[in-house]
Design a protein around this ligand. Structure first.
Ligand SMILES: Cc1cc2nc3c(=O)[nH]c(=O)nc-3n(C[C@H](O)[C@H](O)[C@H](O)COP(=O)(O)OP(=O)(O)OC[C@H]3O[C@@H](n4cnc5c(N)ncnc54)[C@H](O)[C@@H]3O)c2cc1C
Length: 291
């Protein structure tokens, strides 16, 4: 089966938006509460666009009419071109307003923007996915794609950490993945009370436990920046080269197309050149507190 990258190269985007700055209308088909602050919106197209092609790691700009717009990663399955899925944490004006949308409401969407996780490039290699909190959202399309083409990869492991069990995303899917024998799943929380009987501790404490050959593996990491820094240190101890560790930079962004400079760092634009970078390229950026 072709990877989504290959499909896009062969087919091109199904219906590119008329202009990158013009949002297209999408209707809310389903709203799913993940945690008290986090929710997943499933959208269906209204009007011309029937298919939406994206690559794991890309993001859209979601526009709530009269309120504003925000960059949100696509968290759904790139093999399902007929619905668009985003998982959002309500932190400020736009995301709090998005939290109030209901089934049948219409949003503006433009995208997809940015580059992608190296899923095709990881073919034949082991894959280690490390996610913290909301960081599982942009990595979920990687999990879907890898599991759909499982024979293309060596060993696959997912380490997922949150503050508490109540902060975990996608609980049903996590349980399904845990049952599979072809993916190692390790979940952990910073603190917990009964009935939680799983790991307690930060994600880095589990890196030594996964069965992965770091000499022929790719790591994909997304979460709070402090978590990503410490994860990279642990991965280095396990023998990963910095060029084989990829992270997603989800810092403040406005235009998404390299016009405004909001997410610019020297010659690097997170929106155009990222959000996914090999750590070897982005190491310096993580030492700067705010862009
Ligand atoms: C490429 C990319 C992908 C993203 N994917 C997602 C996603 O899948 N789901 C999701 O919920 N959010 C995602 N974000 C973050 C989202 O775009 C911001 O949280 C957004 O700015 C919130 O807008 P707001 O108007 O609600 O709040 P704002 O007024 O913009 O921000 C409210 C508060 O949150 C802080 N904040 C804003 N953006 C960030 C950020 N990126 N990281 C940490 N703190 C921030 C601000 O400093 C402020 O304190 C992504 C960002 C980028 C750049």
């Amino acid at each position: 089966m072709k990877s989504s990258l290959e499909r896009q190269i062969v087919a091109g985007p199904a219906h590119p938006p008329a202009h990158p700055m013009v949002p297209e209308p999408w209707r809310v088909r389903r709203v799913r509460r993940e945690t008290p602050q986090t929710f997943t919106l499933e959208l269906e197209p209204v009007g011309a666009r029937e298919e939406f092609r994206f690559l794991a790691g890309q993001f859209n700009m979601l526009y709530l009419f009269g309120v504003g717009e925000v960059a949100i990663s696509v968290s759904g399955d790139s093999n399902d071109a007929h619905k668009l899925v985003h998982t959002i944490r309500a932190v400020g004006p736009v995301t709090r307003a998005l939290q109030k949308v209901k089934r049948g409401d219409t949003l503006g969407v433009h995208g997809p923007f940015g580059n992608h996780w190296p899923v095709a490039e990881a073919s034949g290699k082991d894959i280690l996915i490390v996610a913290g909190g909301l960081g599982l959202a942009p990595l979920r399309p990687v999990i879907y794609e890898v599991l759909a083409n499982r024979n293309n990869y060596g060993r696959v492991a997912l380490i997922y950490g949150t503050r508490t069990p109540a902060d975990m995303l996608y609980n049903d899917e996590m349980k399904q993945w845990e049952k599979r024998s072809d993916i190692q799943v390790h979940a952990t929380v910073d603190r917990a009370k009964a009935p939680w009987s799983g790991n307690v501790g930060v994600v880095t404490s589990l890196i030594s436990k996964v069965e992965i050959d770091s000499r022929k593996a790719i790591a994909m990491v997304c979460g709070p920046e402090v978590m990503m820094r410490f994860t990279v240190q642990e991965l280095q101890k396990r023998g990963f080269g910095l060029e084989n560790i990829y992270i997603s930079m989800e810092r403040n962004m406005k235009c998404a197309v390299g016009f405004c400079g909001h997410c610019q760092f020297g010659p690097t634009f997170i929106c155009k050149d990222g959000p996914v970078f090999p750590y070897s390229r982005i190491q310096k950026l993580l030492t700067i507190r705010e862009l």
